[in-house]
Design a protein around this ligand. Sequence first.
Ligand SMILES: NC(=O)c1ccc[n+]([C@@H]2O[C@H](COP(=O)([O-])OP(=O)(O)OC[C@H]3O[C@@H](n4cnc5c(N)ncnc54)[C@H](O)[C@@H]3O)[C@@H](O)[C@H]2O)c1
Length: 267
Amino acid sequence: MDQILEDKVAIITGGSSGMGRAGVELFAEAGCQSIIADINEKEGNNIKKSLMEKNLKADFFYTDVTNSKNVQETVKEVANKYGKIDILFHNAVDVPLVNNHDKRITELSDEIWNKITTLVLDGAFYCSKYVGKQMLKQKSGSIILTATTDALIGQAGIDAYTAAKGGIVSMTRSMAAGLSPEGIRVNTICPGFVETPHQMKFLNDPKVRKQLEDIHLMGISKPKDIAEFALFLASDKSRLMTGGIHVVDAGYTSFKGKLELFDQISS
Ligand SMILES: NC(=O)c1ccc[n+]([C@@H]2O[C@H](COP(=O)([O-])OP(=O)(O)OC[C@H]3O[C@@H](n4cnc5c(N)ncnc54)[C@H](O)[C@@H]3O)[C@@H](O)[C@H]2O)c1
């Protein structure tokens, strides 16, 4: 594989599963020192071990992205151990919390609103803030955040998640405006539905799978499809790209559903 991340150091939050894990693996294959920052220690260490057995560079740091101090410590320890941080790929989210507890605004409890917005928005804030401070010292870096197509078009029943991910979308532009003159790029990826472990409960239901396939013109993405784009954003190949909201959704947001309207008119 092209070593486009040779000598780079990346922190990948949520690196123990899903898109984060795909990023950890792909970045390492591209020559990067991949740092898994996650609360799932067991899986994170398994991934680290399996990559190191292939002579790839991986490390694990227990990091709860909702804990400002913990994020600060991870950033400090990674910078001390590896000398710099070139890339942040921020994915960490408690997907079951969102899938099982987020609600329409009128049914949403204050407690769940606070939990989800803390996890999604505060998590992105802490990670961007502390990694950003390190990158400012270096005058270089690429921050890649993960939002969702739900932050761009409405999906009923997930109002806390949508609000928090919408915050990430807005903050991407202002962060880029503030940081890019000093060499730090900030971009956000908005994936459509992705075949990650927790989403299998939906995809294993044939009726739901069919609905999801119908609205994703080119099929359901795999975690690696998203990681491939993150790899590009992480690398110097995208050196002039900053402040971008990048939709990677197999066409989901590009059309309004399969209407038979015009078929009826022409018949
Ligand atoms: N899967 C999808 O369909 C989809 C679609 C659009 C956007 N997203 C977004 O993509 C990102 C990755 O999602 P995924 O489906 O790959 O998730 P996943 O559940 O496969 O992985 C999430 C990881 O985050 C970790 N995590 C949870 N809470 C944490 C915390 N407080 N601190 C640190 N780590 C924590 C988990 O341990 C897990 O390893 C998320 O931001 C999600 O909102 C997912």
